[in-house]
Design a protein around this ligand. Structure first.
Ligand code: RB5
Length: 144
């Protein structure tokens, strides 16, 4: 299952990604915000996404705020979450291949929608490279 969350800075992009996933027949859970609210706060939407992702190792999260920075910081405070702030398809591929990222963070004010949709495709379809060096680096990075 894919869990999505955003604040006002990411609302338009989150809607576009939801519509895209729906069109592709990909199952997802929209954790909000479900309406544009210029006063909402990104940590409120990180929490349900993180809880969803942690339920199963195959689950993924997509978090969007204005820059993607706030949601990355908030998500990475949770054990078991590996959130990556991604700006293009190469970052998305490497976030999966080398970092086994399970949460994709995007800056809604800084990424074009068509690029973001390609990033989502890449993030969801790329496996981690199953090599000891990458596995050990991530264990050390996550203090596991
Ligand atoms: C909200 O205006 C903005 O600060 C937020 O979306 C995010 O970019 C924070 O990191």
């Amino acid at each position: 299952m894919i869990y999505l969350g955003c604040d006002h800075g990411g609302f338009a992009l989150k809607q576009a990604i939801c519509a895209y996933l729906q069109k592709q027949g990909v199952a997802f859970t929209d954790c909000g915000n479900t309406k544009y609210d210029a006063e909402d706060n990104f940590p409120d939407f990180v929490e349900p996404v993180v809880q969803g992702v942690l339920q199963d190792q195959d689950n993924r999260g997509i978090l969007i705020c204005g820059t993607g920075i706030g949601v990355s910081i908030a998500a990475n405070h949770h054990r078991g979450i590996r959130a990556a702030l991604v700006h293009n398809v190469d970052y998305a591929r490497l976030a999966r291949q080398h970092n086994n990222a399970n949460v994709l963070c995007l800056g809604g004010r800084f990424i074009e929608t068509n690029v973001a949709l390609s990033v989502v495709d890449t993030f969801l379809s790329t496996p981690m490279i199953n090599q000891t060096k990458y596995i050990n680096r991530m264990k050390a990075a996550c203090k596991e």
